[in-house]
Design a protein around this ligand. Sequence first.
Ligand SMILES: NC(=O)c1ccc[n+]([C@@H]2O[C@H](COP(=O)([O-])OP(=O)(O)OC[C@H]3O[C@@H](n4cnc5c(N)ncnc54)[C@H](O)[C@@H]3O)[C@@H](O)[C@H]2O)c1
Ligand SMILES: [Zn+2]
Length: 677
Amino acid sequence: MSKATPEIVQRVEELRSLIEDHNYHYYVLDDPRIPDAEYDRLFRELQALETNYPGLASDDSPTRRVGSSVETSFDEVVHRIPMLSLDNAFSEEELRDFDRRVRERLGTDEDIQYVCEPKLDGLAVSLHYEYGALRTAATRGDGYAGEDITANIRTIPSVPLKLRGDDIPELVEVRGEVYMPKAGFEELNRRLSERGEKTFVNPRNAAAGSLRQKKSTVTAKRPLEMCAYSVAVTDETLLPDNHWAGLQQVKSWGFRINPEMRMASGVEECLAAYRELMEKRDSLPYEIDGIVFKVNSLEQQNRLGFVSRAPRWAIAHKFPAQEELTVIEDVEFQVGRTGAVTPVARLKPVFVGGVTVSNATLHNMDEIRRLDARIGDTVFIRRAGDVIPQVVKVVPEKRPADAREVELPEHCPVCNSDVIQIDGEAVARCSGGLYCPAQRKEAIRHYASRKALDIEGLGDKWIDILVGHELVETVADLYRLKKQDLTGLERMGDKSASNLIAAIDKSRTPVLWRFLYALGIREVGEATAKSLASHFGSLEAIAAADEDSLQQVPDVGPIVAGHIRSFFNQPHNQETLAALKDAGVVWQQEEVTEGDKPLEGQTWVLTGTLSEMTRDEAREKLESLGAKVAGSVSKKTACVVAGEAAGSKLAKAEQLDVPILDEPGLLALLKDHGLEN
Ligand SMILES: NC(=O)c1ccc[n+]([C@@H]2O[C@H](COP(=O)([O-])OP(=O)(O)OC[C@H]3O[C@@H](n4cnc5c(N)ncnc54)[C@H](O)[C@@H]3O)[C@@H](O)[C@H]2O)c1
Ligand SMILES: [Zn+2]
């Protein structure tokens, strides 16, 4: 063995202090500064140096100790039996080595019986029960003493406060993992980020942060669960002689144990269990970062014993890391089909979660500001399962001097229309909705939809074909299509081509509100389109109105007015409207069209005096919605409109249980159907 050079001595010192520092951020602050994979590399580098240069070994080294000594406001709990860590295997080879060492130490060639347990990614807790009642709960801390978190533990529903069953030993210690299921983690982070608060990097840190709250009322609101994975009692004869049976005992006392747990005989079965669990990893409702193999026989466990920080009878075979560090090389903006302009980080390619990742979403500008992410920054990338990779954290210490802030582009990178960020909305949008190629299919789909121009047969399939063959770029192109353009396209027969052309043709004379709605202006739904149409009377008037005049219209507030204005301000949208006109599309201010008679088949009765309109006007309006207006009330009457001083007809309606509407009710109904007074 060679003697350590000064460089090596220095590196060992450096690694020790780095690791101590990372331990502090991870275990005490629950806010790691580097991903676990990165930490594990530093740890292994130190382990390797200490093995190669035994002269450098030291009891103070983090490789000999567990966790981090904690100085917190929690009371200290000294562990009766130390709470150790686990050795890791990162490859099949390392697992085989472990199994070989176990057999050598036990002096046997026979297959070892192992219990395979998912390695839940949370934090270890130790629970003490006296006479079956929960007394104290502690975190692992530095392995010898942890924090008293009894009040917080009590808020976790899967922790029994009293053990079930009869012959329970006087003193029982159950250990297990407290963790936060994936769904609860996503939800918690969503809530935190909405409030602009700091989010958790992963479910493990969220679980630790939640359990180590000063106020147990906060912990109670966090979705924590617990699974037991070991048990100890003062009198060992009271327990079965193997780990598996011990866990069944714990289960019978009312604890949850992990349902994926199984037995394996020999290392090959362990490796098979590893592969199977790995397959399942993404579909489990909680995060696991590997599988723990434990020698089942307690007698064998005792013979194997411990080294400084871990038992010799167990090992954690790790899964590929789901978090890694990389660098944001650039941020580009993508335009979605509804015009949302989304920042995407271009990354220095990094292998994470089993694949090479070179892009990650940054969601929106608020998220970038919350993370304080800049181009050039070193960041944590997280890729768990099929979820799109996310930037979860910036490492501020690694920010280069020339890091650049991310700016929202003023113009759509696809169509060059203005990008609009409305106050109070997180998402920025391209305002060239009618023209923008990124929004093309969605714009056509909306234009043709039932409530808009109702072009029968123009569904996703046709839209894909028409756009794919570049026959249609904007909705105006629909009206230039000829049958011969369509026949022969992907299985489209003569008949369906003729039908489509006919359906498009039928849509040339829409009523104004439908046309307005069909334009797909953000936040202009059916009701708003109706209000706008009846208020302004023509598209030209709406296009020319300023934000103040737009806000005169009921249900148009500043946000909607902003969207309308920016839509009509876009030259490309104006061109498309002109092209529609050229193509012979005429929109008309006719209030109710054939087929849009919501009161069809109903008989209404008017009684009493109305203040806002005459009875004749009310009758006309109801008739325009399809109602028949009659003079007397019967069981068949759909509704009676009762104004001031209504008399016998109202009484009759009440007697017959016919619905009654007062004047404000009538006005609201008419307004809903675009009939303003
Ligand atoms: N990113 C950082 O800065 C940083 C710092 C310190 C530690 N870490 C990470 O923490 C880990 C090392 O910490 P560790 O000492 O807690 O070891 P560990 O997490 O690798 O293994 C021990 C722990 O596994 C857990 N566990 C889950 N299921 C279990 C089961 N069925 N049986 C027994 N234990 C089970 C227990 O909480 C136990 O304490 C590494 O993954 C390391 O990357 C990261
Ligand atoms: Zn655009």
